[in-house]
Design a protein around this ligand. Structure first.
Ligand code: HEM
Length: 404
């Protein structure tokens, strides 16, 4: 047993037992953030806050939701929406947050791509980020099953069918995932468990990993300056804050972050109170019916780009293209062969690659929403081919890039 002096304050008492002052120093007071960053670097904090909103609103919904195929639809659409006081508010908060979180994730991802924040030393930040993307996708999909409406049922049917692996016809796998021949009670119960327990726990662990991966390499900055953090921190600590290129995470940077979070929350609650409908599909206000297939089955807006990569091809090629789209972003730090960690606009052909990828994914998203017919299906096919082509040329164009 170590020797303990009598503590003179509560803080000292905790510090003796948990080392809270060391933790605070390492994680906040002496965690150095470059000055040269813009509001886009607040998106990580915005994401963390939005995840918190999803957790809290989810806990309230969980108090009345019934994971039973005969009761689920009514427990959401009548009990929560009409009978429980402010149940509608928690549902709208949850649905809007689930949609907006993807918008912010895409902004956060493309910021990382633009500034090269996935390069040397930061690979694990990127990889943990992509794992978070996958986990959020699974969380959104499993949550979509829970109201047990027409889109829940049929999206569940279509997505689980993908596991038959096309011509391989692995139907046993599909039934194993569903726990039945079609989506039914076993399916709902297991997706309920995934949504409220396993995936949220995995997301929390991954956020911890993501933050941990950030601590040593530090965040990047908007000019790609290679900062000597120890030297700059020494200037800051000696009182020469103006000359230092860094500021402390707490409270300096946090106060800036919180300003962006506050502006975001105004936008968020504007959507919750006045424009929530975009976050809910009208077809899902009909109860699940295994005998009536909806005319068009499409996913939520944030999955449309990858859905459109699946759709224009024949069954097997489509599946391969879809699988490619799911994993290829993880490989970015290894496919980008250039050593330059600078903004895309200073990087030769990569500048065009970045904008082409962004526009192509927007086109894929728009086409994914439209019925696959006529000119739209041709545009969808071209956009899907461009997506694949862009990834194939990436190692070549970045290898050719001049070292800055
Ligand atoms: C929803 C979960 C996520 C949370 C809570 C989160 C949080 C954060 C935070 C707080 C930062 C530091 C400040 C900032 O740059 O914003 C950060 C940085 C970063 N994140 Fe995420 N992130 C998430 C998802 C992602 C995803 C999906 C990616 C993409 C693969 C990603 C990639 C990165 C990268 C590359 C950085 C480093 C930025 C830099 O060094 O300048 N993150 N994240």
């Amino acid at each position: 047993m170590a020797h303990f002096e009598k503590a003179n304050s509560l803080n000292e008492w905790f510090d003796q037992r948990l080392g809270v002052n060391t933790l605070q120093r390492v994680l906040a007071k002496e965690y150095w953030i470059p000055k040269d960053i813009n509001f886009l670097w607040a998106m990580g904090m915005v994401l963390a806050i939005t995840f918190g909103i999803l957790l809290i609103s989810g806990i309230f919904l969980l108090m009345y939701y019934q994971p039973n195929v005969d009761l689920a639809f009514d427990s959401v659409n009548y009990t929560i929406m009409q009978e429980v006081g402010f149940g509608w508010l928690w549902r709208h908060v949850h649905a809007v947050a689930a949609s907006v979180v993807f918008l912010i994730i895409y902004i956060h991802m493309f910021t990382g791509i633009y500034y090269g924040s996935y390069k040397k030393g930061r690979e694990l930040i990127w990889i943990s980020g992509m794992l978070l993307f996958v986990a959020f996708s699974a969380e959104a999909f499993s949550g979509y099953m829970l109201p047990w409406g027409q889109m829940s049922y049929w999206a569940g049917m279509v997505i689980t069918n993908l596991f038959s692996a096309g011509s391989l016809e692995l139907n046993g796998v599909v039934e194993w995932i569903r726990g039945d021949y079609v989506p039914a009670q076993a399916f709902l119960t297991r997706f309920f468990m995934l949504h409220v327990l396993l995936i949220p726990v995995a997301i929390m662990a991954l956020i911890g990993f993501h933050f941990g991966a950030l601590r040593l390499p530090h965040v990047n900055n908007q000019n790609g300056t290679d900062i000597d953090f120890e030297e700059e921190a020494a200037k800051y600590k000696s009182g020469n804050k103006a000359a230092s290129k860094v500021i402390a995470f707490a409270n300096d940077f946090m106060s800036k972050d919180m300003f962006v979070v506050a502006v975001y929350l105004v936008f968020f609650f504007y959507l919750v109170f006045w424009n929530y409908a975009f976050a809910m599909d009208p077809v899902n206000f009909d109860p699940a019916d295994g005998l009536v297939t909806p005319a068009h089955i499409y996913p939520e807006w944030y999955f449309l780009w990858s859905y459109e990569i699946l759709r224009p091809f024949s069954k097997d090629i489509g599946l391969i293209a879809f699988a490619f789209a799911q994993v290829i972003f993880v490989m970015l730090p290894f496919l980008d062969r250039s050593p330059n960690t600078v903004p895309a606009n200073r990087r030769g052909l990569f500048k065009f690659w970045f904008w082409a990828m962004l526009v192509d994914m927007i086109v894929l998203t728009a086409m994914g929403k439209l019925p696959p017919a006529g000119i739209f299906s041709t545009i969808g096919l071209v956009a899907a081919l461009v997506f694949i082509g862009l990834w194939l040329v990436l190692p070549i164009i970045t290898k050719l890039e001049k070292k800055l």
